[in-house]
Write a protein that binds this ligand. Structure first.
Ligand code: MET
Ligand code: ZN
Length: 713
């Protein structure tokens, strides 16, 4: 038998994105949006059936997010949203008068879910309309399906409310009864939280939940799907409950040593997290090692994390294309593996290409101690106290975006585009000089994206045409694919930064993306450990640092906003990760001379959770998000010994902060850090803002910094 745990839903050409945005902008009706949703679901079921998949999932579609859908299913809609015109999208995106619910990363993926708001007063009541409607809709098209729902333990753990387990199990039981009444044979309850470190009390909750749901008389058979890692201690707990099937991630996790008697194992041997073809020999060996009553071949997790199909990628080299598998191709692999398993046959396909040599990890990353560097930089840069700077990008104008699209389409000459980029740099530099900022940037007008731009200029990366994956809601990204050894054939950013520096007497900060972030926001290769790939990227960035320095840049920023993202889910594996991630960063930056000031920038990365690692980066100046996380960050960084710039301007909002407001934030910072170490900067890059917003806001930032400087004498 064969199945998949979930499927992409944004549409092969991002149809859902367009339908959502048109509805939100008032250009189409709710009904038109619903119709597009129905078309996408029908197309998915038809395709899965055509590919020969045995058991089809349903309820994997969502207009925004599956965790939000589960909150609605359980009636957990906070009161303030209930009277909104469209409560669902009000929770997801906010309205004029209402802030949206919080959003955060789904385990260690780049997908973001909406965090349900569950308090002691939340009343749970079942609203099973959506899964029931999808079951009926599929049936009308001739498909029996297995509805997929986020399971109670994961739902509550993500909501920080596991103490409400008793109360939530009632609606889950009602749901199972409703599905049984509908004639549904199987239901899938997703429990990825079971692959994280669980306390004994949390394991008790797993046992209680599935003993209770398993004991119901009128219910479909239950598949508890775990993914993103090994179940560890949760496996024997689940195995002892009456659930009929357990989904195991056999790409990241191990084949259980003990037999799972009486159970079906849904064996995830085709990775839902990468873009590579599965080695059929290894997959079959794992499938044959599983001891259970029945084995169903599956993906390691939902395929929502990979693009639709490689068929649309006609620009990729045939050799690379032959190694790739996106969602459709992975479904075909699952079907083929199920056939081979049933026939007891050997696979016909040979092994993949030989692995590349691992780089040496030992090259020492040595800069002088910070006080020595700080003195050299002070003499060289001559900056005032509380120096002002920005994070790198300036507003990306519509003209620039259009021009980039025209170059890609061959409608605009490369030279004309470059002239436009230069004009943008001139403008950004002029604006910064007029505002009186101390350390300038060139504004990153040449970059469509902080990772993709580097991917396009490094060997070993490929960029797709339609390889979109959902990041959140209507937001999609097109991660580059790392497919070979990474090398920098020629300088990437040097001419832009050097041009900006030629326009001003003030220091310009060269702007690079760090090795961990480049790899975290790409699809990684599968034939080399990730730390080796990061190490190769670090060496390429080090060459860029050296060339920027040689071109006369005295300040260089290497951004690592994704440092926290690759953090392993299990605590035991985290120290080793942080150690090599930090080592890679130092490898990228240690080539800099003492008098060159190295900056780094981190945002949405809960800086307080990885502060020791941030310290380990050994950057001369670190700028972090703080306008929104506020006090917590300041408490955490209190007494930090090198340059630090907690953001004083929240760039995620169009609002212009007043000089007084910025002054108050700075004063709070000066309570926990010595004035010699404090930098004044926004939370993040300015590329999503407009020039009028940016000029007004940065004007107030500079004013506030100047006022405080005076009081410091
Ligand atoms: C997500 S962090 C962004 C950093 C980048 N240098 C920018 O300013 O846009
Ligand atoms: Zn940022």
């Amino acid at each position: 038998m064969s199945t998949v745990l979930g499927y992409p839903r944004i549409g092969p050409r991002r149809e859902l994105k367009r339908a959502l945005e048109s509805y939100w902008d008032g250009r189409s009706t709710r009904r038109e949006l619903e119709e597009e949703g129905a078309r996408l679901r029908a197309a998915t079921w038809r395709r899965l059936a055509e590919l020969g998949l045995g058991e089809l999932p349903s309820n994997t579609f969502s207009f925004y997010d599956q965790v939000l859908d589960t909150a609605v299913l359980l009636g957990a809609v906070p009161e303030r949203y209930q009277t909104a015109e469209d409560p669902y999208f009000a929770m997801a995106r906010g309205t004029d008068g209402l802030a949206p619910l919080r959003m955060t990363k789904w385990f260690d993926t780049n997908y973001h879910y909406i965090v349900p708001e569950i308090g002691p007063e939340t009343v749970f009541t079942l609203d099973a309309a959506k899964p029931l409607a999808e079951v009926r809709e599929a049936r009308a098209l001739g498909h029996e399906t297995r509805p997929v729902i986020v399971g109670p333990v994961t739902f509550l753990l993500l909501s920080g409310a596991l103490d409400r387990l008793e109360d939530v199990l009632g609606p889950y039981a009602d749901l199972l009864a409703a599905l049984a009444a509908e004639g549904v044979a199987w239901v899938q309850l997703d429990e990825p939280a079971l692959v994280t470190d669980l306390t004994p009390a949390q394991l008790d909750a797993v046992r209680a939940a599935y003993d209770r749901l398993g004991a119901l008389s009128a219910r479909p058979r239950i598949l508890v799907a775990s993914y993103f890692g090994d179940l560890g201690a949760a496996l024997p707990v689940l195995a002892a409950t009456p659930v009929e099937a357990i989904g195991l991630d056999l790409v990241r996790g191990r084949v259980p040593e003990t037999p799972l008697d009486g159970k079906t194992v849904v064996a995830g041997v085709v990775s839902g997290r990468d873009v590579w073809r599965t080695d059929p020999g290894r997959a079959l060996a794992r499938l044959r090692a599983v001891r259970a009553d029945r084995v169903v071949v599956s993906t390691s997790c939902s395929l929502q994390h990979v693009p639709y199909s490689t068929a649309a990628e006609d620009d990729l080299a045939p050799e690379l294309l032959s190694r790739l598998a996106f969602a459709e191709e992975k479904v075909a692999e699952v079907v083929e593996l199920a056939r081979l398993l049933a026939e007891g046959a050997a696979p016909a396909v040979p092994e993949g290409p030989a692995a590349a040599a691992a780089p040496d990890h030992v090259r020492p990353a040595a800069r002088s101690p910070y006080p020595v560097r700080a003195a050299a930089q002070a003499g060289h840069l001559n900056l005032p106290k509380l120096p002002t700077t920005t994070i790198g990008s300036f507003p990306q104008t519509g003209e620039l975006r259009r021009a980039r699209a025209e170059v890609a389409a061959g409608k605009l000459a490369e030279g004309d585009y470059e002239a436009l980029v230069r004009r943008e740099i001139e403008h950004a530099v002029q604006v910064q000089e007029d505002l009186g900022l101390d350390v300038l940037v060139h504004g990153e007008p040449e970059r469509n994206d902080m990772v993709q731009y580097f991917a396009e200029h490094l060997d070993g990366f490929a960029v797709t045409k339609h390889g979109w994956v959902q990041s959140y809601g209507s937001r999609c990204t097109r991660p580059p694919i790392i497919h070979g050894d990474v090398r920098r054939p020629e300088p990437i950013t040097v001419r832009w930064a050097a041009y900006a520096q030629s326009l001003t007497g003030r220091p310009v900060k060269g702007m690079l993306t760090g090795p961990v972030t480049i790899v975290a926001w790409s699809f990684d290769r599968d034939d080399l450990p990730v730390r080796d790939v990061v190490c190769q990227v670090a060496d390429a960035i080090a060459e860029e640092v050296r060339d920027l320095e040689a071109a006369g840049l005295s300040v260089i920023q290497v951004d690592e906003p994704a440092l926290r993202e690759l953090l392993p889910l299990r605590a035991a594996e985290q120290p080793a990760y942080l150690e090599w991630a930090v080592a890679a960063y130092r490898r990228a930056t240690a080539v800099a001379a003492d008098r060159t000031q190295i900056h780094t920038h981190l945002c949405y990365s809960d800086a307080d959770q990885i502060l020791a690692a941030i310290d380990g980066l050994d950057a001369d100046v670190t700028t972090i998000e703080s306008a929104r996380s506020g006090r917590r960050i300041l408490d955490a960084v209190s007494g930090y010994s090198r340059g630090l710039g907690p953001g004083v301007y929240d760039i995620h909002s169009p609002r212009v902060p007043s000089a007084e407001e910025v002054g108050e934030r700075l004063a709070a910072t000066l309570k926990v850090l010595p004035a010699e170490r404090v930098w004044v900067n926004p939370d993040c890059g300015l590329k999503t803002r407009t020039y009028p917003q940016v000029e007004a806001s940065l004007g107030n930032v500079v004013t506030a910094a100047r006022r405080l400087r005076e009081t410091l004498g």
